[in-house]
Write a protein that binds this ligand. Structure first.
Ligand code: AMP
Ligand code: MG
Length: 521
């Protein structure tokens, strides 16, 4: 297997001189060299052929023994020098100090078709950043990461990708729900792919240690490779950099809101500096539209990372990044001004996104209020977000609100909840919807086509991933492949796949893995 290795992170940035792979604090270095743990019996579960091709690999490569060995850490690709990154972060609102790649090992950077890709194994063993944990990952969480990162990409949401999913052949002990009932699970390794895996936390760790020299090195490296549009050489470039990160972060989080994705752990160590969705852990998809929903059991009380709060948490995280960059910018005012522009820009971006979901071609001043009234109405009774927006496209300007409501019925979980009061609220909203689309006078097929480009028909519902996990646990990987293929075209009608265009089944409502997830993965 040939890969065009072109490392920059471990070549241009300071390395930890200590090669001892034991948990410790690492100062004045961006990373530590490590060797992945040798898996006892590595085997392949699934490959994303698309990602393989991005890296310049052919079918001969991804079906080779070499592939399995390299992407489980059994063998080191010639010319590569694997390492774990040092970063810090705010976890659930509190500074946690040094974190780092505790169970991620960066293998190499590959240059193909002028694109730079960093390849990183997740679950390939301990690093100096593993603290008291084992550096391993289990099959269930690896399936979830592999399928979801690819699904998000095809939905058009900025994200890291996933090349492969392998079993290590080792068993991993996990207390899945933190209730003292530990059990052995199959160990697995995902190879993630992204232009870079640098996070907000990589900058924060240096700032927290007042290590201006290394913060500057890391910023300059990041700008040079990933923000080529920033050309100025003055101190102002760090401010430009902050603006660019803010833009990308805002764009990413608005996309999450568009498709109903809840990240679940928006700690600053899980925020990519490139504005990519990263670290798929206890994430989830909104089924019933509920702004207060979070899939993460660790956050059940506070609900800090609930769906409706994600855009403001992104801002909170940007404040932390601004605090770190202040060491270089040296002036608070321009950073504060940048942060102050976030809310109005978020509002604008959100209204634009929702207009598209609603199929509006024109802008109206009170669109914001109209969208808010939709969100309130959607929350009145349990209503499936994905199904609702997809069915909304089938409403015609000629439909009376009553007929329109009829068309939307499959989105409601319990039709009995649709009492007179709720019905009246819907009729009222639909009356205005009808007026609006009549006024615009756009052909309904045209409107439908436009809406179907932003309202997915298929998303990785929580129970779908769980079904794939249950089958894979028994050695049957067909559902992983089926879902991977289905989610490659989430906006297309796929008549043979219609069964996945359905509300969450009742059995999945409170099932672990479907509605409840922990960080223990
Ligand atoms: P996460 O919540 O998954 O983003 O992880 C937070 C921190 O804990 C990161 O520094 C991870 O590398 C580390 N971590 C999580 N799980 C493990 C594990 N099984 N072994 C070692 N480190 C871990
Ligand atoms: Mg993380």
């Amino acid at each position: 297997m040939k890969l065009n290795i072109n490392d920059t992170f471990n070549k241009e940035l300071p390395a930890d001189p200590n090669n001892n792979n034991v948990p410790r604090q690492v100062f004045e270095a961006c990373f530590s060299y490590v060797t992945p743990k040798t898996p006892s019996q590595p085997s392949l579960v699934h490959v994303s052929k698309e990602v393989a091709q991005l890296l310049g690999l052919s079918e001969k490569d991804w079906t080779s023994k070499d592939f399995i060995e390299v992407f489980t850490g059994a063998k080191t690709q010639e010319g590569s020098q694997p390492f774990a990154m040092c970063y810090g972060g705010h976890q659930f609102g509190h500074w946690a100090g040094q974190l780092g790649d505790g169970r991620a090992i960066n293998l190499m950077e590959v240059l193909n078709n002028n694109q730079r890709w960093a390849l990183q194994l997740k679950g390939a063993g301990e690093t100096p950043y593993s603290r008291r944990a084992d550096g391993l990952a289990v099959l269930r969480s690896s399936i979830r990461e592999h399928l979801c990162s690819e699904a998000m990409h095809h939905l058009g949401v900025p994200t890291t990708r996933s090349l492969s999913l392998c079993l290590s052949g080792d068993e991993v002990l996990r207390d899945m729900m933190y209730d003292g009932r530990s059990a052995y699970e199959k160990g697995a390794i995902v190879c993630r792919v992204s232009p870079s895996f640098i996070r907000f936390g990589n900058f924060q760790i240096f700032a927290s240690r007042k290590d201006k020299k290394n913060l500057e090195k890391l910023c300059d490296y990041t700008i040079r490779h990933f923000f080529p549009e920033i050309k100025n050489n003055t101190k102002n470039r760090y401010l430009d950099f902050f603006h660019a990160v803010m833009d990308r972060t805002l764009k990413m989080v608005v996309e999450w809101q568009r498709v109903g994705f809840v990240h679940g752990v928006m700690n600053t160590d899980n925020m990519s500096i490139l504005g990519l969705t990263i670290d798929y852990g206890p994430y989830g998809w909104l089924e019933g539209y509920d702004r207060d929903w979070t899939p993460n059991t660790t956050d059940r009380q506070q609900k800090r990372y609930r769906f409706g709060n994600q855009p403001m948490i992104a801002l909170w995280n940007l404040y932390q990044l601004a605090n770190a960059l202040f060491l270089l910018v040296e002036e608070a005012k321009p950073l504060e001004d940048a942060l102050a522009s976030y809310r109005p820009r978020l509002m604008q971006a959100k209204i634009k996104m929702m207009r598209n979901k609603l199929g509006f071609f024109t802008e109206k001043e009170n669109d914001g209020l109209y969208i808010e009234s939709l969100e309130n109405t959607l929350a009145l009774i349990e209503t499936d977000m994905t199904i609702f927006f997809r069915l909304l496209a089938s409403i015609d300007g000629k439909d009376q609100p009553k007929e329109a409501l009829e068309k939307l019925q499959p989105a409601f979980y319990h039709i009995n909840d649709l009492n007179a009061e709720v019905r009246a609220t819907w009729i009222n909203w639909l009356e205005k919807y009808r007026e609006r689309i009549q006024e615009e006078g756009i052909a309904s097929t045209l409107r439908k086509d436009k809406m179907n480009l932003v309202n997915p028909k298929y998303v990785l519902r929580n129970y779908m991933a769980q079904l794939a996990i249950d089958a894979a646990d028994k050695g049957d990987y067909t559902l992983i492949e089926t879902l991977y293929e289905l989610l490659k075209k989430p906006y297309d009608e796929q008549p043979e796949m219609e069964k996945w265009f359905a509300k969450r089944p009742e059995w999945a409502r409170h099932k672990v893995g479907c509605s409840m997830l922990s960080c223990s993965s």
